[in-house]
Design a protein around this ligand. Structure first.
Ligand code: 5RP
Length: 218
């Protein structure tokens, strides 16, 4: 199986977490796009979705799925999203698609985070994938200098403005041995909106597509 076949297989496996009458939390990215496609078969049986990006909202609405404002939803059962890297402890780097802040907010409200990945995303240590950090535009240079003090090499993601009107710094060359601590430290830098470490609230279940099928890690 190639990588796209695996992404599709992981997305289809996530359908078992979609129940009638429920509201589904929907992430962002190419793996999630396969999940959105798979929702076609159940779209008339679910209440709707809460979405983590304008892009996913657009896709959901185009299929006729109602997208609720998160402020009107106090709780829902499951959030389905991909990842850029994930460890055996279910800590992740996310934000390759620049949707990290809304992803983290929607994940915080969900009872369960189900991460859908192909097996290339599994790593022993986080940090080979540059860590995305969403930053208030006027704080960009200050935050970059502070990230250098933490040992990283931040790079401004040119031409990208997030759904929240902010910019992204991608931090290279971090070996993240303690993701919980690193997530906390980066969030304390003034001007940072969110960083792409999902460690305080990692995934609860991982559906990883391999050449031998989709494996469920709990
Ligand atoms: C977007 C994300 C995505 O989940 C992550 O980038 C994985 O994307 P893909 O499924 O395209 O590999 O965090 O901000």
């Amino acid at each position: 199986m190639n990588q796209n076949d695996k992404k599709k297989a992981a997305a289809q496996a996530a359908m078992k977490f979609v129940h009638a009458d429920s509201i589904i939390g929907v992430g962002t990215g190419s793996t999630v796009n396969y999940f959105i496609e798979a929702l076609e078969s159940v779209k008339n049986t679910i209440q709707g979705a809460v979405s983590s990006s304008d892009e996913s909202t657009k896709r959901l609405k185009a299929m006729g799925i109602e997208v609720f404002d998160l402020n009107s939803v106090s709780s829902f059962d499951v959030y389905i999203d991909g990842a850029d890297e994930i460890t055996q402890h279910k800590h992740m780097i996310k934000g390759g698609g620049a949707a990290l802040t809304r992803e983290k907010i929607v994940a915080a409200v969900a009872k369960q985070f189900v991460c859908i990945i192909d097996d290339s995303k599994q790593v022993p240590v986080l940090g080979k994938f540059p860590l995305p950090v969403e930053v208030i535009p006027m704080a960009r240079s200050y935050v970059a200098r502070e990230l250098v003090k933490l040992g990283g090499d931040p790079e401004y993601r040119q031409g990208v403005v997030t759904d929240n009107g902010n910019v992204i710094l991608d931090v290279h060359n971090l070996t993240i041995l303690n993701p919980v601590e690193m997530e906390r430290k980066i969030n304390q830098i003034v001007g940072v909106v969110t960083n792409g470490l999902f460690a305080h609230r990692g995934a609860d279940i991982v559906l990883v597509a391999t050449d031998d099928g989709v494996k469920e890690i709990t």
